[in-house]
Design a protein around this ligand. Structure first.
Ligand code: PMM
Length: 286
C-alpha cells in the first residue's frame, strides 16, 4: 500500500488508476514552447490525436498564449482557434479540456464537447467565468494566478511561496464554490511560472504535498517552463531552447506522480506517459 496522499477523483471526468497525462495543443502563433506549430485547425487536431496515440488521457486545447509578456488575443479570434479543434478532437473520442480565461470561450468549448475548463486565472480574469462554469456543470481548474502575463514577473514576491500559494488557492476555491461550482468538480494547480521565479517554482515542486491540504486533485504543469531552462543552463547561463526541455519535464512528471498529483500537463506526452505508468507500477509493488 502506498502511503502517499493525493490524487483523488474529479466529478464529471473519467477516473484513472494513476496520475493522468494531459497533452497540450496550443492553437497559437506565439506560445513560448510550441507557438506556431499547430496554428491551423487540421494540424491542431492531428497533433491532439498524435498525443493520444502517445498515451495522453486528456487533451488541453488553448487559443491564447500566456507566456510572460504576451499580449491578449481578441475573443472572436480565440473562439475561431479553439472551438473547431475541440469539436474535431471530441469527434475522435478525446477527453478535451479548454485552456481559456474567457467565459464565452469556455461556454462554447463545453457546448462543442469539452469536459474540463482550465482557466489559468482561476476565474479572476473574466467576471462571468465562474457563473458560466457553474451553469455548464463542467469541472474547473483553479490555478494560482496573480495577474496577466504582462505584469506577472513583477508579482513574484513572496515571504513563503508554498504557504502563500496554498492560502491564495484556498481563497480562490472558496470564491469559486461560493459562485456555484461544486467542490467535487474543482482541480487545483500551483501555476508554475506564473508570478514565480525559478527558486519559487522549485520550492513548489519540492512541496507539492502541501497542496494536498486543500483537499482537491492536483494538476502540475511544469512542461518546458523557464525554471527547467534555468535549471539545465550551462556554465554561461544560457538555457536550452524550450523544445529541449522534455526530459526535464518528464523528471517533474515523475516527481509529481510520486507526490500524488492527479495529472501532469505536458507538450510531449510519451516520456511522461511512461513515467506515470512506472510510478503506478512502483506504487503497486510497495
Ligand atoms: N501553463 C500554461 C498554460 N496553461 N494551465 C494550467 N492549468 N497550468 C499551467 O501551469 C499552465 C496552463 C503555459 O504554458 P504553455 O503556454 O506552454 O502551454
Amino acid at each position: 500500500m502506498s502511503t502517499l496522499r493525493g490524487r483523488g477523483t474529479v466529478e464529471g471526468l473519467p477516473e484513472w488508476d494513476r496520475c493522468a497525462v494531459m497533452g497540450v495543443v496550443n492553437v497559437t502563433p506565439d506560445s513560448f514552447s510550441d507557438g506556431g506549430r499547430w496554428f491551423d485547425t487540421t494540424a491542431a487536431i492531428k497533433r491532439g490525436l498524435a498525443l493520444m496515440a502517445d498515451g495522453a488521457d486528456l487533451i488541453d486545447v488553448g487559443g491564447e498564449s500566456t507566456r510572460p509578456g504576451a499580449s491578449r488575443v481578441d475573443e472572436d479570434e480565440e473562439l475561431r482557434r479553439v472551438v473547431p479543434v475541440v469539436r474535431g478532437l471530441v469527434a475522435e473520442g478525446a477527453v478535451v479540456s479548454v485552456d481559456t480565461m474567457r467565459a464565452r470561450v469556455a461556454e462554447q468549448a463545453v457546448a462543442a464537447g469539452g469536459v474540463l475548463v482550465n482557466d489559468v486565472s482561476g476565474g479572476l480574469a473574466d467576471p462571468d467565468m465562474v457563473r458560466v462554469v457553474a451553469e455548464t456543470g463542467a469541472p474547473f481548474v483553479v490555478m494560482h494566478w496573480r495577474g496577466f502575463s504582462e505584469s506577472m514577473n513583477a508579482r513574484a514576491v513572496y515571504a513563503d511561496v508554498v504557504g502563500e500559494v496554498v492560502a491564495e488557492l484556498r481563497e480562490r476555491m472558496d470564491a469559486v464554490v461560493a459562485g456555484g461550482v461544486a467542490p467535487e468538480r474543482i482541480v487545483i494547480d500551483p501555476g508554475l511560472g506564473f508570478a514565480k521565479d525559478t527558486a519559487q517554482d522549485l520550492a513548489l515542486v519540492a512541496h507539492l504535498d502541501a497542496l494536498h491540504g486543500l483537499g482537491r486533485p492536483l494538476l502540475v504543469a511544469a512542461s518546458r517552463k523557464r525554471f527547467l531552462g534555468k535549471t539545465l543552463a550551462g556554465p554561461d547561463g544560457t538555457p536550452p531552447p524550450a523544445r529541449e526541455r522534455d526530459a526535464a519535464t518528464a523528471a517533474v512528471s515523475t516527481l509529481s506522480a510520486r507526490a500524488g498529483a492527479w495529472a501532469v500537463r505536458v507538450h510531449e506526452v510519451r516520456a511522461s506517459a511512461d513515467a506515470v505508468r512506472v510510478c503506478r507500477a512502483v506504487e503497486g509493488a510497495a
